[in-house]
Design a protein around this ligand. Structure first.
Ligand code: SF4
Ligand code: SF4
Length: 198
């Protein structure tokens, strides 16, 4: 069965893995079944132009149980979690939380990541916070560039940031680093219901 949503690209309906919709809502602590498809979220999203499709469509896919399509797109990785969409949402749906949990779900189920370079950047940022309790931007950028093997790309931006003292040469650690590292140790993997999407 095919349905057409706002941008006229078909949503392919298939079997719905049992219990995943409830678990996604539980983990995100928000009820996306209340979505009216008013599209206020997508209209206000500052990075909508770069996404495969807007956040309203992600919600629609989840409502229809199309979890694979909801995970395998650039949208969930391009979202910067700015919360503009949720502020605009008349149903108070926490869309950034949904994007977060979809990213986690994609990783846990070894789903195809359409924008692996964004995931690499995420990983470098998290590693930096684990090491120092805060981000050391210069190191993040250098490690990311090494991984991408794009040594000279954006070099002019880096030099400008250094000259304006927006980048620090050496990292500094927060005083309560042990507490921050304790948070990472406490994080437990989500136990997804059987019938995961792969
Ligand atoms: S703003 Fe809220 S209700 Fe409207 S489409 Fe987006 S998520 Fe749905
Ligand atoms: S939180 Fe994500 S989806 Fe929502 S407006 Fe910001 S970038 Fe767009």
């Amino acid at each position: 069965m095919q349905m057409l949503d706002h941008d006229s690209r078909p949503i392919i309906l298939g079997d719905e893995p049992q219990g995943i919709r409830q678990e996604l809502q539980h983990q995100a602590q928000t009820n996306f079944m209340r979505c009216l498809q008013c599209r206020s979220c997508s209209s206000g999203c500052p990075v909508f132009f770069a996404m495969d499709f807007g956040p309203n469509r992600i919600i629609r896919l989840l409502q229809l149980g199309q979890f694979e399509q909801a995970m395998q797109n650039s949208t969930i990785w391009i979202c910067v979690g700015c919360d503009t969409c949720s502020s605009n949402c008349p149903m108070a749906i926490d869309i950034p939380a949904i994007m977060d949990i979809l990213r986690q779900y994609a990783l846990d189920t070894n789903s195809i990541i359409l924008t692996p370079e964004i995931l690499d950047l995420h990983n470098e940022i998290v590693s930096s916070i684990k090491r120092y309790g805060r981000t050391h931007k210069l190191e993040i950028m250098l490690r990311y560039k090494v991984k991408k093997k794009s040594w000279f790309e954006d070099m002019d931006v880096g030099i400008r940031m250094l000259s304006k003292r927006k980048l620090h040469l050496l990292p500094s650690k927060v005083k309560s680093l042990e507490e921050i590292q304790g948070i990472f140790r406490e994080v437990r993997p989500v136990s997804w219901p059987k019938g995961e999407v792969s």
